[in-house]
Write a protein that binds this ligand. Structure first.
Ligand code: PGA
Length: 252
């Protein structure tokens, strides 16, 4: 059975005190839940990672970074490496988020390098991709997603995939309040699983968790998560509020 995952991407929100309050709330609410075959992950901003890790320790909430640099170390002012993340007990990193792609110029080749560096350092990768509104309007969305996967992550050996989580995030649905319909999400997730199957075989494809991201809220989570190829969500805005995030976790 595939693992279900609810991951909260806090983006550039929450100062130290707010981060601590949010993680404390989540940890105390989650201990009363039975999380069957489900992982819960939060991704605070870099400066608050260590503190959130310390609060989450011993709970069933895992902590991820939102990004990392591809080099091990060196003269890269302002950057953070995989080994630095490992050094504070971070075992998961989000790569390729559309905001990194759009505002920081991260393309497929760089993301392939970052993925390699993360895996080399035993980090698990939540690899994000998804089409823009124009691509969907021009019915080019399948091609865009296929090329993001082929150029960003299909160079990996099959054995590396045990540390890969995919996150399909249509850019037009991120932070816009607009959500892909459950049918649109299912259609794309099935397409993605087929691509993975064509390249790596059905068994591997059936084992990969594919998350949906883009305006998931308590009101729509259950319907989206009920689709057979949707294995959870990457949540932005609604992950900043403990009760909304808990409602989404319960929906799964
Ligand atoms: P959103 O963000 O839930 O606020 O749309 C999703 C994401 O960027 O991962």
């Amino acid at each position: 059975m595939r693992t279900k995952i609810v991951a909260g991407n806090w983006k550039m929100n929450n100062d130290l005190a707010e981060s601590n309050t949010l993680i404390q709330n989540l940890v105390s609410q989650i201990k009363d839940e039975t999380l069957e075959n489900t992982r819960v992950i939060v991704a605070p901003t870099f400066v608050n990672l260590k503190s959130v890790v310390d609060v989450a320790k011993g709970s069933s909430v895992e902590v991820a970074a939102q990004n990392m640099h591809q080099a091990d170390n060196g003269a890269y002012t302002g950057e953070i490496s995989a080994s630095m993340l490992k050094g504070i007990d971070i075992n998961i990193v989000i790569l390729g988020h559309s905001e990194r792609r759009a505002y920081f110029g991260e393309g497929d080749a760089l993301l392939a390098e970052k993925t390699d560096a993360a895996l080399k350092n035993n980090l698990e990768v939540i690899f994000c991709f998804g089409e823009e509104l124009e691509d969907r309007k021009s019915e080019n969305h399948f091609n865009v997603v296929e090329s993001q996967l082929k150029n960003g992550i299909f160079h990996l050996e099959a054995s590396a995939w045990k540390n890969i989580i995919l996150a399909y995030e249509p850019v037009w649905a991120i932070g816009t309040g607009e959500t892909a319909s459950p049918e649109q999400a299912q259609e794309m997730h099935a397409f993605i699983r087929n691509l993975v199957s064509d390249k790596y075989g059905k068994e591997l494809a059936d084992s990969v968790s594919i998350l949906y991201g883009g305006s998931v809220k308590p009101a729509n989570a259950q319907e989206i998560f009920s689709k057979p190829d949707v294995d959870g969500g990457l949540i932005g805005g609604a992950a900043l509020n403990a009760s909304d995030f808990m409602a989404i976790i319960k929906a799964i």
